[in-house]
Each structure stands twice: as structure tokens, then as C-alpha cells.
Design a protein around this ligand. Structure first.
Ligand SMILES: [Zn+2]
Length: 168
């Protein structure tokens, strides 16, 4: 048994995401499922450890303190959770980035459309101004014609009345 009595010091260097050697043992070296026993040793009496049914036969079997395995397991889970959180955040950020890109493209499209519309509106305005010019001139001419008619009538009346006065 590896009886390390030093404090468990683990970080990303020693316990990685793929380092399933650490933590709770899944299988003994002999292939048997691990079991937990209480230590009968003098140094750590009652301390629990992982071994297997054949642990005492002198072969190569696991021997790992249960509390150390638990600490490792907790560290592994924590690191896995951090990785998962990072992964989720990255995918979230990627989603947001794609959304922004889509919106930017939409805005560019709208901007182009706006430009096209502005050009179209300018052209339409020009046409309307030209048309209204034509209409305006016509209307003015008609007005002038009417007015000159009126003036002509008035002048004629004045002329006639003056003639009548002279005739009196
Ligand atoms: Zn074994």
C-alpha cells in the first residue's frame, strides 16, 4: 500500500480530466471490483482503504486510502465541472458571436436597402418635381390666360364705359 501520509496536493498537473487513475478506483489491477476495508495497521488503525477480495494474496492489487481517493475524486469532479463550464461558456460566447454576425449582416443588408431606397426616393422626387413643373407651368399659363381674359374683359368694359361717357 502506498502509505503517503503527506497532505494530498493535487492540481491540474497531477489530476487531469483524463487521469482516471486518480479518484475512486473503478477496478483492481487484477480486474476485480474494488472493495473498502478498514486498516488493521498500527499506523492508521480503522482508516478505510480500497483493495479487492484477493488483496491479501500478495499479488498486484490496489491499495488506496479511501479518504485520499475521495479527495482526488472531488478534485477530478471539480476540474471536470470547470472544464464543462468553460466549454459551455465558450459555446455560449460562440452563439452570441454568431448572433451578432447575423445581426450585422442584416443591418448591412438594411443599410444597402436604405441606400437603394434613398436613391429611388431621390429619383422619384426628381420625376415629381419635373412633372409638377410641367403641371405648374400649365396651371400658371391657364391662370394667366384666365387673368388676361379677365383683364381684357375689364379693359374692354372700361373702354366701353369711357366711350359711353364720351358719347353722353
Ligand atoms: Zn485485485
Amino acid at each position: 500500500m502506498s502509505s503517503s501520509n503527506s497532505a494530498i496536493s493535487m492540481d491540474r498537473r497531477t489530476v487531469g480530466r483524463n487521469n482516471r487513475e486518480g479518484g475512486i478506483p473503478r477496478k483492481c489491477h487484477c480486474g476485480a471490483p474494488p472493495i473498502v476495508r478498514n486498516s488493521l495497521g498500527r499506523e492508521y488503525p480503522g482508516r478505510r482503504y480500497y483493495t479487492c477480495e484477493m488483496g491479501e494474496d500478495g499479488g498486484a492489487h490496489i491499495g488506496k486510502w479511501w479518504d485520499e481517493a475521495m479527495m482526488e475524486e472531488a478534485t477530478i469532479l471539480m476540474l471536470e465541472m470547470e472544464d464543462e463550464t468553460d466549454r459551455m461558456q465558450r459555446s455560449k460566447i460562440e452563439k452570441i458571436r454568431k448572433n451578432i454576425q447575423t445581426h450585422r449582416e442584416e443591418m448591412e443588408h438594411l443599410y444597402d436597402l436604405h441606400g437603394e431606397h434613398q436613391t429611388a426616393v431621390a429619383m422619384m422626387k426628381e420625376v415629381i418635381v419635373k412633372k409638377s413643373d410641367v403641371m405648374g407651368v400649365k396651371a400658371m399659363k391657364a391662370e394667366i390666360a384666365k387673368k388676361s381674359d379677365g383683364i381684357a374683359v375689364e379693359l374692354r368694359n372700361m373702354f366701353l364705359s369711357s366711350v359711353q361717357l364720351d358719347g353722353n
